[in-house]
Design a protein around this ligand. Structure first.
Ligand code: AHR
Length: 513
């Protein structure tokens, strides 16, 4: 058995979690919208076509903000196609996913769905095939009260009050050749700056995120952020990051270590953004929007998994089935995000339903939770508050993480990986501990000293574990993987001891005794 010690003090903190750290993402991709959250005719659908079985699971999952409508899709999207009388909306070929987009669901339906779910909507604008003009018109359509052509068009469509969308993404992954009209950093920086200027002139209350590199393994990573921020620094509040973890090599140790590269990625982007600030002698701090993160690999590389021939509407693509092991790597990402609460203010799990998602549905049938549902729901429910800076001791390991890009076989070193990855979040009521044991074979006995908390009691203790790391939930066995009670948590004043199973995700909630 391994041993680990954690010391924390209620006065030593990293920062407060922003409620928008617990966001997710809905793209017009596969069955995320159609057959996912929107399915008129489904037995549970309401008058607007919103599946209520999905809605109930979304509320249990607890996302706070929802990014829409892409993703790659947004780089070819004409937002005007998705508003107005449904029968008059055009069908279009979508060149991101090689499907036919029926446009029966658009911006207004999305905002309605968000309001029904109690989630803040976040919109991305098309800076691929379009630019500042379409972006500023969309802001006017959504946020201007009335008395102008675009705002009155919204009102004539049935939405009298402005949508008041606060958070806007300036395009998506604009450094990627797979993007419609991808750009160099200079081209994108100039377009993003001008779009941002006009969007904010219409509504000075909005917040804007510039696109960072689409992944840490992009050749342009670093230089891209530097140049884009050089152009946009005065015009944006955020720079975006995207990460999808993989286990192509069936190397579980490296897979579970890979969230530590997310930590490194965040630290690197913070350093670059602060470098741009330093050149200006500016006190402004650009915050990070980690607006796509997840595990994704089984349905990623082969074209057959991504593209169904014949331009179908809403084909079942990117329907990744998540294993117990995936939930562990995913939990590691949750911990990485929490531990960077000072700079990562927004994050979006990509995506929400069916497409690399925590929620799966059968069109016309039931909906169920994937394994990754549970760490996210627990993080969203118990991760609100002040993240504490901890000091820890324990065994570590080194590995190589394989992260290919196109035909390039890239490998990245991950060193000093603690077997126990953890985060601690306090609020007015108590303290939540998120504990991931990455040792595949050994238990870890954890000794935690929580200084300054006084006597506490265990309010909740959960573990997600299965001896079979390939176990999944399915339509016929939806409860195969679910959190169980974590037994044997002992507490003595400010000292807590617990033994974690090998390859397990654990959450302990303490409250004042
Ligand atoms: O989430 C799936 C895709 O991954 C998104 O459309 C794109 O932004 C990213 O490459």
């Amino acid at each position: 058995m391994r041993k680990a010690r954690i010391l924390l003090d209620r006065d030593f903190s990293i920062g407060e979690t922003d409620p928008r750290l617990f966001g997710a993402f809905v793209e017009h991709l596969g069955r995320c919208v159609y057959g996912g959250l929107y399915e008129p005719g489904h037995p549970t659908a309401d008058a607007k076509g919103f599946r209520q079985d999905v809605m109930a699971l979304v509320k249990e999952l607890g996302p706070t903000i929802m990014r829409y409508p892409g993703g790659n899709f947004v780089s070819g999207y004409n937002w005007e196609d998705g508003v107005g009388p449904v029968e008059q909306r055009p069908k279009r070929l979508d060149l991101a996913w090689f499907t036919t987009e029926p446009n029966t669901f658009g911006t207004n339906e999305f905002v309605d769905w968000c309001r029904a779910a109690g989630i803040e909507p976040m919109l991305a604008v098309n800076l691929g095939t379009r630019a500042g003009d379409a972006a500023r018109n969309l802001v006017e359509y959504c946020n201007h009260p009335g008395g102008t052509a675009w705002s009155d068009l919204r009102r004539s469509h049935g939405w009298e009050e402005p949508h008041d969308i606060k958070f806007w993404c300036l395009g998506n992954e604009m450094d990627g050749p797979w993007q419609m009209e991808y750009k160099s950093a200079t081209q994108y920086g100039l377009v993003a700056k001008e779009a941002a200027k006009m969007m904010r002139w219409i509504d000075p209350t909005i917040e804007l995120a510039a696109c960072g590199s689409s992944a840490r393994n992009m050749p342009s990573f670093g230089r891209w952020e530097d140049e884009v921020l050089e152009h946009t620094f005065e015009h944006v509040e955020y720079i975006s990051l995207h990460t999808y973890l993989n286990n192509y090599k069936s190397d579980s140790a490296a897979f579970l270590a890979s969230p530590d590269l997310m930590d490194r990625f965040i630290d690197e982007v913070v350093a670059i953004a602060d470098g741009v600030a330093a050149r200006r002698r500016s006190t402004k701090r650009i915050m990070l929007s980690f607006d796509e993160w997840n595990v994704w690999y089984r349905t990623r590389r082969s074209r057959a998994d991504r593209v169904k021939e014949g331009w179908p509407i809403a084909p079942p693509i990117l329907e990744e089935i998540y294993t117990m092991e995936d939930a562990l790597a995913f939990g590691g990402c949750c911990i990485s995000l929490l531990n960077h609460a000072d700079r990562v203010r927004v994050a979006c799990l990509a995506q929400l339903v069916n497409v690399i998602a925590p929620i799966m549905t059968e069109t016309g049938g039931p909906a169920w939770r994937q394994t990754t549902f549970f760490p996210f729901a627990q993080m969203s429910r118990l991760g609100r508050g002040r993240v504490l800076r901890t000091q820890s001791e324990g065994d570590t390991y080194d590995c190589q993480y394989y992260d290919p890009r196109g035909a390039l076989e890239l490998t990245f070193p991950v060193g000093d990986v603690p077997y126990l990855k953890h985060a601690a979040v306090m609020d007015g009521e108590g303290l939540s501990l998120f504990l991931l044991n990455r040792d595949l074979d050994q238990e870890v006995a954890v000794d935690i000293r929580a200084r300054g908390f006084g006597a506490m009691r265990v309010a909740e203790a959960h573990e997600l574990h299965d001896a079979d790391l390939s176990a999944v939930n399915s339509r016929d066995e939806p409860g195969r993987i679910a959190p169980r009670t974590l037994e044997g948590v002992s507490i003595d004043g400010e000292r807590l001891n617990v033994t974690l199973k090998p390859a397990s995700w654990n959450v302990v909630r303490l409250q004042r005794a």
